[in-house]
Design a protein around this ligand. Structure first.
Ligand code: HSE
Length: 429
């Protein structure tokens, strides 16, 4: 079956979504048994990085929600006006809606979801929260049997970047790092939504509704940004064993729901304290699963498009009569035999530990063997020699394991190597 999709808005996320649906069409069909086709896009101007030659392009986004060939409308224009009206018309025309519009849902979600319920269509919004992290799915599906008790996370990458940089740099002020973040393209020209916690509050509002099944309470969300944090705060927190993180926190208590966004001291050992740069991470406390954590890119074209298309697939899979049974996540006929690599065929960087006799020329002989196998040394430590023996640790460049095995055999033959050569794979993630 072919499912017609219309995209409204071809900015960074819209373009990435258009390209993703085209580039991974075969993979999506292997998993769903359906063909997802973009039949129309609505955009003010053609974006430079999309080939729109095979698709109907309209400058009036409202054409898309009227198009009888469009079953799913992807709204990626952002803001309220005209996005709210667009989504309302899509629902009225019985189109399913996929959106990344967190502000719109936080403020008008109750009305939108009520309309969708009445019309019997889906409104999906994985991309509205934490970009490429499948967080809504994790809560709604993976943790479906649990009672969600609390949720805490870094859900604004710009603020996290600024706090991380203020800490790394020691005594750089918020203002100085903000300018740098703007130059790097991480922060918007008007950074208010990000640094004053409003963007995080939009996301937290939606998350709390997904977690606890409550109406969207943006107005009731306590919202405090990071613009008042100083290098002194960061230093003092550090001396006390903490890092300052901008967290969105929601918790269900006997008395009600906490809903708050603010800078927070987090113990350095905690996983959330170790999330740096523009990355997002959210911990979900649930019963009986306990605490689980989700980490990834919270923004950007590719990650956000990944979430958008996941929602499109979700709709397709749920549509009556649509979607084949795919127990492994792929439809049975699309399961394909692929060779599983032998360990000798994998590539990796390696840590090597050698215990050698403390004699002149040993290091040269080791280096020669490594270079004969085209192995480069990325790092090397030689500890002080004791009783005529010296331990050496080497990190290699990325090589094939077969080559490493041959190298180790030769190293082992050296008279000066007096113990088994230890190797451990180094994994860059
Ligand atoms: N501006 C947001 C952030 C991404 O910095 O995380 C989009 O919500």
């Amino acid at each position: 079956m072919e499912i017609g999709v219309g995209i409204c808005g071809l900015g960074t996320v819209g373009s990435a979504t258009f390209n993703l649906i085209r580039d991974n069409a075969d993979e999506i069909t292997r998993k769903t048994g359906e063909v997802i086709k973009v039949v129309q896009v609505g955009c003010r101007r053609d974006p430079p990085d999309c080939d729109l030659s095979s698709v109907d392009v309209t400058r009036d986004i409202f054409d898309v929600v009227k198009n009888p060939d469009v079953s799913i409308v992807i709204e990626l224009i952002g803001g309220t006006d005209p996005a709210l009206e667009l989504i309302k018309q899509a629902i009225a025309n019985k189109k399913h809606v996929v959106t990344a519009n967190k502000a719109l849902l936080a403020l008008h979600g109750d009305e939108i979801f009520a309309m969708a319920h009445e019309a019997g269509v889906f409104v999906k919004f994985e991309a509205a929260i934490a970009g490429g992290i499948p967080l809504v799915k994790a809560i709604r599906e993976g943790l479906v049997s649990n009672r969600i008790e609390w949720l805490a996370g870094i859900i604004n990458g710009t603020s996290n970047y600024i706090l991380s940089e203020m800490e790394v740099a020691g005594n750089r002020s918020f203002d100085e790092v903000l300018v740098e973040a703007q130059e790097l393209g991480y922060a918007e020209a008007d950074p208010t939504f990000d640094v004053e916690g409003i963007d995080a509050a939009h996301k937290l509002t939606i998350l709390a509704s997904v977690a606890f099944g409550i109406p969207l309470k943006f107005e009731a969300t306590y919202t405090e940004g990071i613009s008042h944090i100083t290098p002194d705060d960061i230093r003092f927190a550090s001396e006390l064993g903490y890092r300052i993180k901008h967290l969105g926190i929601t918790r269900k208590t006997l008395n009600g729901v906490e809903l708050r966004v603010h800078p927070t001291l987090v113990e350095k050992e905690q996983m959330l304290a170790q999330i740096d740069g523009v990355m997002n991470a959210v911990m979900v406390g649930s019963s009986p699963a306990g605490a689980t954590m989700y980490y990834g890119a919270g923004a950007g074209g590719g990650p956000t498009a990944s979430a958008v298309v996941a929602d499109v697939v979700d709709v397709v899979r749920t549509l009556e009569g649509g979607g084949e049974v795919a127990n492994l996540g792929f439809v049975p006929d699309a399961i394909e035999e692929l060779p599983i690599l032998k360990m000798s065929d994998i590539t990796s960087c390696y840590y090597l530990k050698l215990k050698v006799l403390d004699k002149p020329g040993v290091m040269a002989r080791i280096s020669t063997i490594l270079s004969q196998h085209n192995i480069s040394i990325e790092a090397l430590i030689q500890k002080d020699a004791r009783s005529g023996e010296a331990p050496i640790a080497i990190i290699t460049n990325e090589i094939m394991e077969r080559s490493l095995d041959e190298t180790i055999n030769e190293l082992q033959e050296l008279d000066e190597v007096i113990d088994r050569v230890v190797h451990i794979r180094v994994q860059a993630l």
